[in-house]
Each structure stands twice: as structure tokens, then as C-alpha cells.
Design a protein around this ligand. Structure first.
Ligand code: ADP
Ligand code: ZN
Length: 644
């Protein structure tokens, strides 16, 4: 059989009044959701009926339901336990918590359990009562565990094997690669058990590797769009980045949870400290912090409302907090893959979220230098440079960011040219022809060299080009150069843009301790005027966009987009009060159950309650995210909180 790749275009048709036992019924009754998202419906159907599948979906796409719904359906049909392989321990705990809240019997086995708890879980497993068991890969391959699986299998109670984070099998140097590779032996041992591999890593190489290593040649492939329509991409030129960040936090994300990525540990600490001084609720996170402190900070980020985590990229793997409202980058990531993975942590709940980045000349210089001075082989460096170039092109782009991002991952955007939800679409930047300016800059550098054999940094170069007299211009006799003052009509910010672009494109290189600028072998083409350069006019801070006027286009499902748009309508004062009471109630309950608040109810669910203010249990049941178990457990209390 040939693997079949399905490309997502619209949500699958689902009957509106489903029988309680049907897959749609499980979605409604257990999870309280009205509709499958995108490919979920097809996947769930295929897997429930025993087919193998490879699922590629972006972060936040809704992978968990792809195995949870089949697990429940198959368990109800007497087929026993679904085993979920996952390397992420914190995640297991919260997933199991969420399932138990929804009335699904689930458990995990990992190194955090003591002997008694382990034996209790093993008993539940062997009895076949468990619907889902989450386990770390190294655990599964122990003789003891395999013995239990054998026993289940013999009794026809090993229902389904779900392999989450399946890219672990492919990535060289990945912590869990060895264990993941060994998972293929499970297939040899239990050939009749259907398998489902899931990942958010999109590239073709990884996909092919997963198929080969896990022997999924006959599995059906489900490839979802990697678009995240609810994330708004904004990239601004640095101009006092801290203040820009603070403005962004205060104007757009007051009281929201989010992540601020910085490149170095020191910058993480300094930025977090500074934000706290500015009255922002921020915590630092990087690999240099004590493990205990790190865990505490991560825990607080997951459990408390509205914390800002300032972090290196050491933070984020396995964070499935759904209500991260923004991801901000104060430094340039290494490549688009990194950028997309990091920004993908925003808005998993499908509500409006921001990916915001400030970048400048120094970022370009630093990233280039890190590659140049790295230990890697020349071939690898070339690849790293090409990847950095693609990211720089994204940053300098004056057209739709989303079209570029998706294009990078080999996906054509369904509505070409405009997504309507990135900075460039919302406020098309002006451009200017910088071809002549680029020639001026390079010839000025050439003149420096001729004049004294010395090279200089960007600041001095710009002073000379703009004809600004300083101690340095006088001291070096640069005021007599023919290029002194030739670019006086071009602003300093524009000049920085020109230099950044020239460095990004390799027409200029920055060298040494003082980042002095030198020509490269390709500079000549620019000097000749052969390289047309169209640049964005550096923009002033974008005026605060009105959230309510924000349209989210979603290629997956028009109704989902509509409901998200409705969800973006601001709440009136009464509804705000209700929301505050609901959140306080949720925080209390989450503390009691030792779970993150979003496991109890998502923000989106509470908001809908606050807006619609249901007065009866029936009305409450109609809210997305309220399943039967939660309705029974919390319904009356919620009505009381709403009415109070
Ligand atoms: P992934 O693992 O792909 O990153 P998750 O499985 O964590 O994504 O799902 C992301 C969020 O979307 C979760 O909070 C989940 O509850 C929600 N979600 C998933 N499917 C649906 C659906 N059909 N309707 C409403 N919400 C959904
Ligand atoms: Zn756009």
C-alpha cells in the first residue's frame, strides 16, 4: 500500500447530533467540544478502526485528541489500554490530570513515582481498567514492563500504541534518540497492535526518517497545515529594545502570561530583574540556574496566571500551557526552524496571540560571528549561514510574514499575498530604494581604507556619511573625504537598515573586537550599482491595534474562525467581573487538585461562560470545554459563582 498524504483544506464534515457512543459523541461528552478540528476527525476515525497513522501537526494543532478519542472508543469496545510514549515528564503529569478531570481513567509511569505508586499503576494496567497509560521510552523497554505488555497482549487488552514527539527518533544527538530507535522492536513483538506516531516537526527529512526508523511504511500520513492563524507576527527594528518590550507588554499584554527569549544567561537575568523593577511579574529561566529553582519557576509559570518568563531557549520544550499570550524575542534566533518552534508556544488554545521580535544590526553581527567562530566543519557553517540568511530575509521582508514562513516549510498559503494578521499585512511598510545609499556606504569604507589603511565601526561610518562633525571625524581627517556628508538626507535609522542588510547579504563583513566594517569579495557588485536594494522605511512603533477589530483567518474551518473572532470581542464590565470570579474559583480548585489552572478549564471556556452567563446546567453544558464529568462535578458551583 502506498502511504497516502492528505493535505488539510477544511474541517471534516461531522454529524451534528451524534450518538453518544460515536467518536463525535466522545468528543462532546468527554471533552465538551462541539467539533473536531481540521484533520482530527479523519485521524480519529482511521485510528479507532485499527489503522496505523503518522500525524504531522503544528504545536497547538490538537494532537492529543488524535489518540485520546480512539483510546476511549477502543477501551469502551473492550479492546483495552492505549500506551502513550512520551519523553516529557512534566507533560505526562498534566495530561493525566486533565484526563482524570474529564473522567477518563489514565496514569503515568516515570521516575517521579515511588514504589507504592508504581505498583498501584501496574495493577491498574494489568487489570485493563486503564484507558491510557503514559510512559517514558526507557521504561517501556525494561523486561518488567514488556512482561506486562505481553500479558495484556495475550488477553487482547493492548489496544493502541501512540508515539508522541516522534521526531526524537530522527534527530541526531537528541536525548531520547536511542530509546526511540528501540521502539521499533515493539512493532515486531506486537505486530497486530495499531500504531500512531505524532510530531510537530515538519521537514521532509524528519518525516522520512520517522517512517523508516519506526517501520511505518504502511501507515497513512496526515499532514496538517502548519499555519497558526491566531498568531500575529511582528518584527520591529531595535531602538532601545527594553523600552520597546516594555511598551509592548504594557500596551498589548497587560497581565498576560508570556515568554521573553534572550540569547545569554546574563541578559535573561538582567532583563527579568529590570522588568520586575518596572512592575511586571517576571521570572528568569536558564540552564545555569539551580535545577530546583528552575523547576520552581517553570511550575509557577504553568500554575499561576499572568507570569512573564524571561528565558534562554533552554525553556519551552514540553511546555503545553495553552494560554501563553505572547512570545517575544529580544535577540535573533539562529534560524526559522527555531523561531517557528519558539513562537509556536504562543496561543495553543487558538485565541489571539502575538509573536513579537526586535532585531537590529548587532544581532546580525553577533549571529554571523557565532557561526564564523564556531568549531563546526565548513560545510555545516555554510548551512548555518544559509539558514540565518533565510531568517534575516524574513526579518527584513516588506511582504506577508506568514506567506514567507509557510513558504520556508514548503507550504503555499491558501490566500496568497495577504494573511491579514502580521505587521506587514496590517500596516504595509513603506519602502525606499537604497541602491544608491548602499554604494555610498561601501565607497566610504573603501575611502577609509585608502586614506589610512584603517577600518571603522557602523557609528562612525554613519557620522561621516551624514556629515556630522565629531572628535573622531576631525582626528582621522575624515571631513576631507569626498564621501563626508554625501548621505545627509538619509536618517540614522535608515543607514542602520542599509548596513544591516548589506551584512545580512554578505556584501559587508564586520570584524574584530570593535566590529569594524570591511568590504568582501562581493562588494564590487554593489559598488557598480548592480545590486538593487529595496528596504523598509524604519517604522515608528506601530500604533496599538484594536483587538476587537482583529480578524483571524483560518483556512481550516470557517466556523472556528468565526468563533475565534467572537471570542476576541471585548467583555463588558459585568462579564469582566464574572470572569474575575470564575478565575478566582478556578485558581482555588487548581491549588486543591495540585494541577495547573488550565487543566481545570481553559481561559476560553471561562470567557465564554462569563460572556453568555448560563443560568441552568443545560445552558452550561453548551459551553465549549464543559464535558459531562466536569458538568456533574462543578456545574452547580459554577452557576453559583456566575450568579453571585
Ligand atoms: P498539540 O499537542 O498538537 O500541541 P494539544 O493536543 O495540546 O496540541 O491541543 C492544543 C489545545 O487545543 C488544547 O488545549 C486542546 O484542548 C485544544 N483542542 C484540541 N482539539 C480541539 C477541538 N476539537 N475543539 C476545541 N479545542 C481543541
Ligand atoms: Zn501577513
Amino acid at each position: 500500500m502506498h502511504p497516502q498524504a492528505m493535505l488539510l483544506t477544511e474541517s471534516s464534515p461531522t454529524p451534528s447530533a451524534a450518538a453518544p457512543g460515536s467518536l463525535q459523541g466522545i468528543l462532546q461528552q468527554v471533552f465538551g467540544y462541539g467539533q473536531f478540528r481540521g484533520l482530527q476527525g479523519d485521524i480519529v476515525q482511521h485510528v479507532s478502526s485499527g489503522g496505523d497513522a503518522l500525524v504531522l501537526m503544528p504545536t497547538g494543532g490538537g494532537k492529543s485528541l488524535c489518540y485520546q478519542v480512539p483510546a476511549i472508543a477502543r477501551h469502551r469496545a473492550g479492546q483495552g489500554v492505549t500506551l502513550v510514549v512520551s519523553p516529557l515528564i512534566a507533560l505526562m503529569h498534566d495530561q493525566v490530570g486533565a484526563l482524570e478531570e474529564a473522567g477518563v481513567h489514565a496514569a503515568f509511569l516515570n521516575s517521579t513515582l515511588d514504589g507504592d505508586d508504581t505498583r498501584r499503576v501496574e495493577r491498574e494496567l494489568l487489570s485493563g481498567r486503564l484507558v491510557l497509560l503514559y510512559a517514558a521510552p526507557e521504561r517501556i523497554l525494561t523486561p518488567r514492563f514488556l512482561g506486562m505488555l505481553d500479558s495484556l497482549h495475550e488477553r487482547g487488552l493492548f489496544s493502541l500504541l501512540a508515539i508522541d514527539e516522534a521526531h526524537c527518533v530522527s534527530q541526531w544527538g537528541h536525548d531520547f534518540r536511542e530509546e526511540y530507535l528501540a521502539l521499533s522492536s515493539l512493532h515486531e513483538r506486537y505486530a497486530s497492535v495499531p500504531r500512531l506516531a505524532l510530531t510537530a516537526t515538519a521537514d521532509a527529512h524528519t518525516r522520512a526518517d520517522i517512517i523508516e526508523r519506526l517501520k511505518l511504511q504502511d501507515a497513512r500520513q496526515f499532514v496538517a497545515s502548519f499555519d497558526r492563524p491566531n498568531i500575529r507576527y511582528t518584527i520591529v527594528e531595535k531602538d532601545n529594545a527594553r523600552q520597546q518590550l516594555l511598551r509592548f507588554l504594557r500596551d498589548e499584554h497587560d497581565g498576560d502570561a508570556g515568554i521573553v527569549y534572550c540569547q545569554s544567561r546574563r541578559k535573561v537575568e538582567e532583563t527579568a530583574e529590570w522588568l520586575v523593577q518596572q512592575g511586571i511579574h517576571a521570572l528568569p529561566y536558564h540552564a545555569g540556574l539551580d535545577a530546583d529553582l528552575r523547576r520552581r519557576h517553570q511550575d509557577r509559570f504553568l500554575r499561576e496566571d499572568g507570569l512573564v518568563m524571561v528565558a534562554t531557549i533552554a525553556f519551552g520544550m514540553g511546555i503545553d500551557k495553552p494560554d501563553v499570550r505572547f512570545v517575544a524575542h529580544l535577540d535573533l534566533p539562529k534560524n526559522i526552524e527555531g523561531y517557528y518552534q519558539e513562537t509556536g508556544r504562543a496561543g495553543r488554545d487558538g485565541e489571539a496571540a502575538d509573536a513579537w521580535m526586535a532585531y537590529g544590526l548587532a544581532d546580525v553581527v553577533n549571529q554571523r560571528r557565532m557561526i564564523d567562530e564556531g568549531e563546526a566543519e565548513e560545510d555545516f557553517k555554510r548551512l548555518q549561514r544559509a539558514k540565518l540568511d533565510a531568517l534575516l530575509a524574513l526579518a527584513e521582508a516588506h511582504d506577508c510574514r506568514r506567506v514567507r514562513l509557510l513558504g520556508y516549510f514548503g507550504e503555499a498559503y491558501h490566500q496568497p499575498v495577504h494573511c491579514g494578521n502580521c505587521d506587514n499585512c496590517l500596516q504595509p511598510p513603506e519602502t525606499w530604494d537604497a541602491t544608491e545609499a548602499a554604494r555610498m556606504a561601501l565607497s566610504c569604507i573603501y575611502r577609509f581604507q585608502q586614506h589610512s589603511g584603517l577600518s571603522f565601526g557602523a557609528g562612525h561610518l554613519i557620522d561621516v556619511l551624514r556629515g556630522k562633525s565629531t572628535d573622531k571625524t576631525r582626528q582621522h581627517g575624515h571631513e576631507s573625504l569626498s564621501t563626508f556628508g554625501v548621505g545627509g538626507t538619509i536618517s540614522e535609522a535608515q543607514w542602520r537598515g542599509v548596513l544591516r542588510q548589506l551584512i545580512a547579504l554578505g556584501y559587508l563583513r564586520s570584524e574584530g573586537e570593535y566590529n569594524t566594517l570591511v568590504l568582501t569579495p562581493t562588494s564590487r557588485a554593489v559598488l557598480r550599482g548592480d545590486v538593487p536594494l529595496l528596504l523598509r522605511v524604519p517604522s515608528l512603533p506601530v500604533a496599538k491595534a484594536s483587538r476587537s477589530g482583529r480578524t483571524v483567518r483560518d483556512g481550516r474551518s470557517a466556523s472556528a474562525a468565526a468563533s475565534r473572532e467572537a471570542a476576541a470581542e471585548p467583555l463588558d464590565d459585568d462579564a469582566q467581573d464574572r470572569l474575575a470570579r470564575l478565575k478566582a474559583w478556578r485558581a482555588e480548585l487548581a491549588r486543591e487538585h495540585n494541577l495547573p489552572a488550565y487543566v481545570v478549564f481553559h481561559d476560553a471556556t471561562l470567557k465564554q461562560m462569563a460572556r453568555q452567563c448560563p443560568a441552568t446546567l443545560d445552558e452550561l453544558a453548551g459551553i465549549s470545554g464543559v464535558g459531562a464529568k466536569k458538568l456533574e462535578a462543578y456545574g452547580r458551583e459554577l452557576l453559583r459563582v456566575l450568579a453571585s
